[in-house]
Every structure is written in C-alpha cells, then in structure tokens.
Design a protein around this ligand. Structure first.
Ligand SMILES: C[S@@+](CC[C@H](N)C(=O)[O-])C[C@H]1O[C@@H](n2cnc3c(N)ncnc32)[C@H](O)[C@@H]1O
Length: 191
C-alpha cells in the first residue's frame, strides 16, 4: 500500500490493550483501545474524521490533543451504535453529515481520518479523491482485506505511507493504523 517511507519507527508502536473474540461488533476497535501518539503526525493540522461511527477514535485523538471534527451520515447500523453508546457512553460528538459534503465544508481540516470504511463501498474513495489536505490516518486492512474497495486502495497507493501503527485487534481481524502524507509535502526519511 502506498510507497513506504524509510522510517525507523515503522510498525514499531504497539499499544497493547484488550482483545475479544467478538469481531462482529458495532466497533471495529476493541474496548480498552487507547490512542497511539499518532496525533503528532498531524503537526497541528485539524483532523476531519469521516464515517466516525460512535466517535471512538475521534475521542481518543481529541483526548491526545488533536483538534477533531467527526462526521457520519449514520447510514450504518444505528441500533448497534446506540447499544455501544449505552454500554460505553458517548465517545465524541459526531455530526450527521455525508463525507463528501464534510470534505467541502471543512476545507481548513488538512488531515483526514477514515476508520473501517465499509467493505466494497465506494464512498471512502470519493471522499479521498475530494480531500484537499495532506495527511491521512486510515484504520483498516490492506488491499485484499475487508475494508474499503479497490478504488480506495488504488488512491491510497498515490500517497506516501509514513508509518504503520499496530493497534489492538479483534480476533481474526488484521487492521492497523496507517499514516499517509501527500507525496509532494513529504521528504523521505524525515519525521
Ligand atoms: C464500518 S462503519 C465504521 C464506523 C467507525 N469508523 C468505527 O470505527 O466504529 C462505517 C461507517 O461509515 C458511515 N458512512 C457510510 N457512508 C458514509 C458517507 N457517505 N458519509 C459519511 N459516513 C458514511 C456509516 O454510517 C458507518 O458508521
């Protein structure tokens, strides 16, 4: 995926945390997940999370110091989201908004987060294509995995993969947090 930057820390950040045998849940990230220091990658940029669901990751990154706007069109499993909220409380305010509209509205947000864009759905590719900023945080599986569609992964290939951060995973799931910079704004070997 993408072209890998020669970074000594690539793939080295392990967060530990809870795991569960239940991958079929409202949240792709197991309870107990904590934010890795990825907010530093933002370099002060405002972060727009699209498809934020219950706002778990928006909340984690906000608590770590990032300025975050979270949106979701709430097309997905509203009951499961309500159950999550009931069990764990509200993680972060999530505005009901379509991803493309959000990218156009929040043009001052130069970092974009996509956590578990639905398998084979085209919306994440559309959002990625329209995004004018220069940092991407993507949580999901690789090209032949269960997140995003072919177009989405093709588009990611045009970005520079800066770091792959290990995160707690449900059993049988192989997701990581991928950090990407736009090619033109990134100097190889620099962090
Ligand atoms: C697999 S879920 C992941 C949710 C969340 N990121 C998480 O980790 O819990 C995909 C999310 O994308 C949202 N979604 C789907 N199409 C969207 C669109 N066009 N604009 C914004 N959000 C969208 C769904 O409502 C759903 O919450």
């Amino acid at each position: 995926m993408g072209c890998r930057e020669d970074s000594p820390t690539a793939g080295s950040t392990s967060m530990g945390g809870a795991t569960s045998s239940c991958a079929n849940t409202a949240s792709p990230s197991p309870p107990g997940t904590r934010s890795p220091p990825s907010y530093r990658f933002l370099g002060g940029r405002k972060l727009l999370e699209v498809g934020a669901g219950t706002g778990l990751w928006a909340g984690l990154l906000s608590a770590a110091g990032a300025s975050v706007t979270a949106v979701d069109n709430q097309s997905w499993n509203a009951d499961a989201h309500k159950l999550m909220e009931f069990e764990y409380g509200k993680f972060y305010p999530v505005e009901r908004l379509d991803g493309l509209e959000a990218v156009r509205r929040y043009v001052d947000h130069h970092a974009l987060m996509l956590c578990w864009p639905d398998y084979d759905a085209s919306w994440a590719g559309g959002v990625l294509e329209a995004f004018p900023g220069d940092r991407i945080l993507y949580i999901g599986e690789g090209e032949s995995g269960c997140t995003g569609d072919d177009r989405f992964h093709e588009l990611l290939d045009g970005w520079l993969e800066s770091e792959v951060v290990e995160i707690p995973q449900w059993d049988g799931v192989h997701d990581d947090l991928y950090l990407y910079a736009r090619e033109a704004s990134c100097t190889r070997g620099r962090r």
